[in-house]
Design a protein around this ligand. Structure first.
Ligand SMILES: NC(=O)c1ccc[n+]([C@@H]2O[C@H](COP(=O)([O-])OP(=O)(O)OC[C@H]3O[C@@H](n4cnc5c(N)ncnc54)[C@H](O)[C@@H]3O)[C@@H](O)[C@H]2O)c1
Length: 413
């Protein structure tokens, strides 16, 4: 495993330049839409991971490099048009993103958020149903990316060719009373066939797995990629960003902190007790009573069920999940774009415990996982130590279930 990143390297990179654009050009026209740029940029707060050191600036949807070029473009255009307060931003968009399961509850809002990224040039939407309408609708947004739709097995290869990031929310969501593991039989087969196509058509892409149970679907994807001879553990990610987003939100509410400042690493897996928020590592530093730790931990672990029950049979988290997934896409694209300060928690192949897959904070680079942030994994409280030991058997069983699923069935040629 790559070297640990020091605690001081944990700045997740807030972009002061965004704030300066926002304040110096309060009224602007971006992507050809008239709106207040300050509000626009602030509305996207959080799509970039919060900075643990330097979170004064607003987090942003924009990469640093893009930010610099946008700022330059913004300023020069604004100067040319200083008679009018409106200006126009044309950021550099050069990456291709595919969403598989794009017509679903997560897929649609996720596609919308990715469509708004200035880093994306092509957005390929694939689903077995209803994707044409989603793409037609989205294609009317005058942001830089070109939207294309694909459906059916025959079009999957074209959807994936040349893609940098593949996001997979395809599958069925939970209903009240179901665990994520209850989804295994259907979603395992879906993930298996989609990852086979990814292996055949864009083996170098980052693969973001959203379909549950993530604790098993990521090992399934790894085994498929191994069978196809294209497995790169640095490029396969289980998306656990929603657990971090929830932890940040609930801690900020509980402790009356400014939401944008809060950063809680979440490790382990993505189901029930395998979700372990490290409250002792909360930034900014804050103390919790034992009762608060217990209450917050359980709420973060069961937050998905909170939504499933509130939706009463109409599905699981979709909007917050889309937001979290868009943040992870944006982080990946910033890493592609050369930003050397990109950190996210994700469920990946790991050596931090005896388990072959484990979620923890990683540093993202052009080639995928560059390092595991080990400082998060030192100095656990007694509560965290106990919870870590308690989650291991369940996580181990889920990983084995995924691996066994693949080995019971031959991979397609
Ligand atoms: N990782 C997380 O944090 C997290 C959070 C919430 C939900 N999820 C999971 O995400 C998945 C999707 O949830 P949703 O609410 O969007 O479900 P949904 O049913 O609304 O959408 C799923 C979409 O997948 C499509 N689909 C099914 N089989 C497909 C295939 N073979 N190829 C392409 N598309 C296919 C469906 O047509 C549908 O449009 C579920 O497994 C859910 O449990 C994960």
């Amino acid at each position: 495993m790559a070297a640990a990143t020091s605690a001081t390297a944990l700045s997740i990179g807030s972009t002061a330049c965004v704030g300066s654009i926002a304040t110096s050009h309060a009224n602007s026209k971006s992507f050809g839409v008239r709106f207040n740029s300050s509000n626009y940029l602030r509305r996207f707060s959080g799509l970039k991971a919060a900075s643990s050191i330097d979170s004064e600036g607003d987090t942003s949807f924009l990469a640093k490099e893009s930010c610099a070029s946008i700022q330059k473009s913004f300023v020069s255009r604004a100067q040319k048009r200083n008679q009018r307060s409106w200006t126009y931003v044309q950021p550099q968009a050069s990456y291709k993103v595919a969403v598989l399961g794009a017509a679903g509850g997560i897929g649609q809002p996720l596609a919308l958020l990715v469509k708004m990224s200035p880093l994306v040039s092509a957005l390929n939407l694939y689903d077995v149903a209803n994707v044409k309408g989603v793409a037609a609708d989205l294609s009317h947004c005058n942001t830089p990316s070109q939207v294309s739709n694909f459906t059916g097995d025959k079009e999957l290869a074209s959807c994936l060719k040349g893609v940098n990031v593949v996001v997979i929310p395809a599958g069925v969501p939970r209903k009240p009373g179901m665990t994520r593991d209850d989804l295994f039989n259907i979603n395992a087969s879906i993930v298996r066939s989609l990852v086979e196509a990814v292996a055949d058509n864009c083996p170098d892409a980052f693969i973001h797995i959203i379909s549950n149970p993530v604790n098993s679907t990521v090992p399934i994807a790894a085994e498929i990629l191994k069978q196809k001879g294209v497995y790169d553990p640095k490029k396969l990610f289980g998306v656990t960003t929603l657990d971090v987003v929830r932890a940040n939100t609930f801690v900020a509410q509980k402790k009356n902190l400014r939401l944008i400042d809060v950063d809680v690493p979440v490790i382990g897996g993505h189901a029930g007790i395998t979700i372990l928020p490290l409250l002792s590592k909360t930034k900014p530093s804050v103390t919790f009573t034992d009762e608060e730790v217990q209450e917050l931990t359980v709420r973060i672990q069961n937050a998905g069920t909170e939504v499933v029950e509130a939706k009463a049979g109409a599905g699981s988290a979709t909007l917050s999940m889309a937001y979290a997934a868009a943040r992870f896409v944006e982080s990946s694209l910033r890493a592609f774009d050369g930003d050397s300060d990109v950190y996210e928690c994700s469920y990946v192949q790991s050596e931090v415990t005896e388990l072959p897959f484990f979620a923890s904070r990683i540093k993202l680079g052009r080639e995928g996982v560059e390092a595991v942030v080990k400082s998060d994994l030192e100095g656990f409280t007694k509560y965290e130590e106990k919870a870590l030991e308690a989650l291991k058997p369940e996580l181990k069983a889920s990983i084995e279930k995924g691996i066994n699923f693949v080995h019971k069935q031959p991979v397609a040629a």
